[in-house]
Design a protein around this ligand. Structure first.
Ligand code: NOJ
Length: 563
């Protein structure tokens, strides 16, 4: 008798819920033509490696024509491939190579803004009467100063840029080279839907939608009087017509394909998430939230490497999101991506004694929650933050522009550089570490961003041969998730919730019940297990043996199956 089925009946089973998504930052994955920049042919050459991981979907960060002010998040032609990355033929070959191996491909859809070098913007700025004028948001000078809007990458955080040519300002929530598109304009929306169909008809399997929560603006541009960045982000995420646009996009495009869609939920609060992913609303499949990765400034000091990291708060967040989707909708889970520092450095401990253990522990967490895991390339090797000493080594616009702003305002540059060693986005953008040869096997020439010097010990080639490596542990976990549906669909129950160091939960599906125990600290941590678990069998352990009955070793991770 299927004991869990009653509570799960309304939860349909679908490929994208069962998938493990592997995220590739193309610029940093594999260079095939020795220009120091990763490219599509490079990814194609590594498809057997990707297949060997057992992942089902690859999400590629933007691969479209771009002047690279923000590494491809500033697109100048949505229907072409970035010259650095290759040609459309290279793309077709990559897609065919993935499909031949049963791997699906998801592309980044970046339509809150384009590049200022996109033809639409060139036309739009050329005159006030150009037919493309309304593809963007303009504020004419005769209306006085535009109301304050916050820009995330601008040196002055000013989202309006004055353009002499037509004596007007244009809106840019990100850099001055990323003008925001005007979704109020049905012509623009039609162009976007046509472009989406172009890629879907080529056979791609879905979209990750960049800051899609920001696309709708109140074009009366009221004065807001906000003081914090957070206030702006939440305001940006709740534009008046956002859900109308998403429903229209669903009707016009998404509903006609069997695809994965995931919103980058910047500024989206938990209480708003179902508006995106409740299947009855016909918008998107999934959304990824920032509540976990934003967790900072806790006052609880514990022995977890980052003293700001409060495990009970972390558990509360992830349990809350699980609970949100217990009736409808479906979650996502990630701890690292191209906008975050490396997972092991941020949430584990990358010192030599703990890097492997804590990487494995964090992967265990990601692959045992009721949500689709979005797993960032390199984390399966336990790649760590690069921690550059000099601003010249950084290439990320966010890091560089914050530095420039501090320089202009006389801020503390060395404190900032210390902070960037932990938080800069470039920490996770260093080239993939394939082997111990020069440049980690990424390229024969100096890469666009320096390789992490630890590549001689942390690389795929050496880990491939070691059955107890981080890489092979990840592969084992993937197999486990595929074998035990309880890990995908099973009911999640948080255990021992106030334990400051251990995250424990059970997953239950049909007749199967699994227990996951994760020590998030570098010290031995007591656990109190319900005696009913005493006779369970061990499915996986990052120490490769049973824990003691009443304590977990540093960063220990185990999964038990109840007999
Ligand atoms: C979110 C993307 O993940 C990030 O990398 C990018 O800089 C901004 N959106 C702007 O597109």
């Amino acid at each position: 008798m299927d004991i869990a089925s009653s509570s799960q009946k309304d939860k349909s089973q679908t490929w994208w819920k069962e998938a493990i998504v592997y995220q590739i930052y193309p610029r940093s994955f594999q260079d095939s033509n020795n220009d120091g920049i990763g490219d599509l042919k490079g990814i194609t050459s590594r498809l057997d490696y990707i297949k060997s991981l057992g992942v089902d979907v690859v999400w590629l960060n933007p691969i479209f024509s771009s002047p690279n002010d923000d590494n491809g998040y500033d697109i100048s032609d949505y229907r072409n491939i970035m010259a650095d990355f290759g040609t459309m033929d290279d793309f077709d070959e990559l897609l065919a190579g993935m499909h031949a191996r049963g791997i699906r491909m998801v592309l980044d859809l970046v339509v809150n803004h384009s590049s200022d070098e996109h033809e639409w913007f060139r036309q739009s700025r050329s005159s006030r009467t150009n037919p493309y004028r309304n593809y963007y948001h303009w504020w004419p000078s005769e209306n006085g100063l535009p109301p304050k809007r916050y820009s995330i990458f601008d040196v002055n955080n000013d989202a309006w840029k004055y353009d002499e040519l037509t004596d007007s300002c244009y809106l840019h929530y990100f850099s001055v080279k990323q003008p925001d598109l005007n979704w109020e304009n049905p012509e623009l929306r039609k162009e976007v839907y046509g472009m989406m169909r172009f890629w879907l008809d080529k056979g791609i399997d879905g979209f990750r939608m960049d800051v899609i929560s920001f696309i709708s603006k109140d074009i009366d541009f009221p004065d807001l009087g906000f003081e914090s960045e957070q206030q702006y982000l939440q305001y940006y995420a709740n534009g008046p017509h956002l859900h109308f646009y998403l429903q229209e996009m669903n009707k016009e495009v998404l509903s006609q394909y069997n695809i994965l869609t995931v919103a980058e939920g910047a500024g989206v609060k938990r209480e708003d998430a179902l508006n995106f992913v409740d299947p009855g609303r016909h918008e998107l499949n999934m959304l990824y939230h920032f509540e976990g990765t934003d967790l900072r400034n806790s006052t609880v000091e514990n022995e977890i490497p980052d003293p700001r990291f409060d495990l009970p708060a972390f558990k509360k967040i992830y349990s809350g999101w699980d609970n949100l989707y217990s009736e409808k909708g479906w979650g996502t889970i990630y701890l690292g991506n191209h906008d975050q520092p490396r997972m092991v450095s941020r949430w584990g401990n990358d010192s030599p004694g703990f890097r492997e253990l804590s990487s494995k522990m964090l992967s265990t967490f990601l692959l045992t929650m009721r949500a689709t895991p979005y797993y960032y390339a390199g984390d399966e090797l336990g790649m760590a933050n690069v921690r550059f000493n000099n601003i010249e080594d950084y290439k990320d616009i966010a890091t560089i522009n914050k530095y420039r702003k501090l320089e202009m305002t006389g801020g503390d540059l060395s404190a900032f550089l210390e902070e960037m060693k932990e938080m800069s986005r470039d920490n996770s953008r260093t080239p993939m570490q394939w082997d111990a040869s020069d440049n980690a096997g990424f390229s024969n020439v100096n890469p666009w961003l320096k390789v992490n010097p630890d590549y001689q010990s942390v690389n795929a080639a050496s880990q491939d041969k070691d059955p107890k490596s981080v890489l092979n542990y990840f592969r084992q976990l993937v197999l486990l998730r595929k074998k035990h549906k309880a890990l995908i669909y099973g009911k999640y129950e948080l255990l021992d919730k106030d334990n400051p160091k251990v995250y424990a939960y059970s997953r239950e599906w049909g007749n199967e019940k699994l227990l996951v125990l994760l020590n998030f600290s570098r010290s031995e941590s007591p656990i109190q297990l319900n005696p009913k678990w005493k006779n369970s069998s061990l499915l996986i352990s990052n120490y490769y043996n049973d824990p003691s009955p009443d304590a977990l070793r540093p960063f220990e991770a185990v999964i038990y199956q109840m007999k």
